[in-house]
Design a protein around this ligand. Structure first.
Ligand code: UT7
Length: 331
């Protein structure tokens, strides 16, 4: 039996500044009560003006490398999953590569919005099958840069952050047992930022019209989310030959606690197996799944052999999920 592809170590980084529901009450026509009951969010972290995606991504990567006992010089690929890169190019992964002094690493970004980390892990796994040995996958977004803090329907939802994972070989039977990524571009306009790219480049009119901000059809995205979480996770569970009862931790993308609870209920996963931190961070886009995983390890809630079911979903529309058996580190 050949070795598996596992997560050897995780790291996370969030900006210091916290924006609470009470702060938002003073900014838009909203209330702590509405935000809490409709989303489960109590606070989110917001980056200072001089902090960009590569800064948070770098900090998370340093922690992940330390936890994986890995040297940056031994990383042969860096994938940064982000839709808020420092700049259109070069890739944020290249900026992080330079700061890490990961001289032997190729580096590129993947843009799959909130599913970005799951896409990064899938690409990293495939690249390991092609001969790469250690892959650093970073999910990072400074999504606050794309938010209109006058639009109550979006500004209460999101927060900034980064999470990182070092992928490497683990003992057979451990690591990623099954995974998938998918997309349905017919839903592209349900969650998008109209301007700032090649269709509507930055210009005074587009800025005045607020076209460089996130636009979302919340209800449609909500329905898509609950449905795709269930469909995608059921497929990977079947591929892995694992039943839902065997899952120790369900780690879904943290967008809205109601989405998580509705999906968990349909999947018959009771609350003590569902990881939730959306109350503290809001929706951190590509960072949400790796931040949650990093917290699970930090709080020693994971034991050797535990099965984890991860799932991401978001703009694109995109999704990705994976079943991972934790441990098997000593080859
Ligand atoms: O990472 C993936 C991306 N995003 C998601 O997964 C988000 C998916 N969607 C959702 O989580 C939910 O749809 C939202 C949290 C965005 C909205 O919750 P909802 O229960 O679907 O509310 P709604 O959009 O149907 O709005 C209900 C009411 C509306 O008022 P009327 O028309 O009923 O009078 C809104 O104007 O709530 C109003 N509303 C607010 N009220 C106070 C919308 N935002 C706010 C707000 N504070 N912040």
């Amino acid at each position: 039996m050949s070795s598996g592809v596992g997560i050897l170590g995780l790291g996370k980084a969030v900006p210091e500044k916290v924006l609470t529901n009470q702060d938002l009450e003073a900014m838009v026509d909203t209330s702590d009560e509405w935000i809490t009951t409709r989303t489960g969010i109590k606070q989110r972290h917001i980056a200072d003006p001089d902090t960009a995606a590569s800064d948070l991504g770098y900090a998370a990567a340093v922690e992940a490398l330390a936890n994986a006992h890995a040297d940056a010089g031994h990383i042969d690929l860096i994938i940064a999953a982000t839709t808020t890169p420092d700049m259109p190019f070069p890739a944020t992964a290249c900026l992080i590569q330079d700061r890490l002094k990961a001289r032997h690493a190729a580096a590129f970004d993947v843009a799959a919005a909130c599913s970005g980390f799951m896409y990064g892990v899938e690409v990293g796994k495939a690249m390991m099958a092609a001969g790469y040995q250690k892959v650093l996958v970073i999910g990072v977004d400074v999504i606050s840069r794309l938010i209109d803090y006058k639009d109550r329907s979006t500004c209460v939802l999101f927060g900034d952050g980064a999470g990182a994972a070092v992928l490497g070989a683990v003992r057979p039977g451990y690591g990623i047992l099954a995974s998938e990524i998918g997309a349905d571009g017919s839903g592209a306009m349900l969650l998008h930022v109209p301007a700032g790219g090649s269709r509507i480049p930055p210009q005074i009119q587009s800025i005045e019209a607020g076209q460089h901000y996130v636009k979302m059809c919340g209800r449609e995205v909500y329905k898509f989310a609950v449905q795709i979480i269930c469909e995608s996770t059921e497929r990977v569970l079947e591929k892995a030959g694992v039943s839902v009862d065997q899952i120790r931790w369900f780690v879904p993308h943290q967008a809205n606690v109601r989405i998580i609870q509705a999906a968990a209920e349909r999947l018959k996963l009771d609350a003590d197996r569902v990881y939730v931190n959306v109350d503290r961070y809001g929706n951190t886009s590509a960072a949400s799944v790796p931040i949650a995983l990093a917290e699970l390890v930090e709080s020693r809630k994971l034991s050797e052999g535990d099965l984890i079911l991860m799932v991401g979903f978001g703009a694109g529309l995109t999704w990705g999920s994976a079943v991972l058996r934790w441990g098997g580190f000593e080859l």
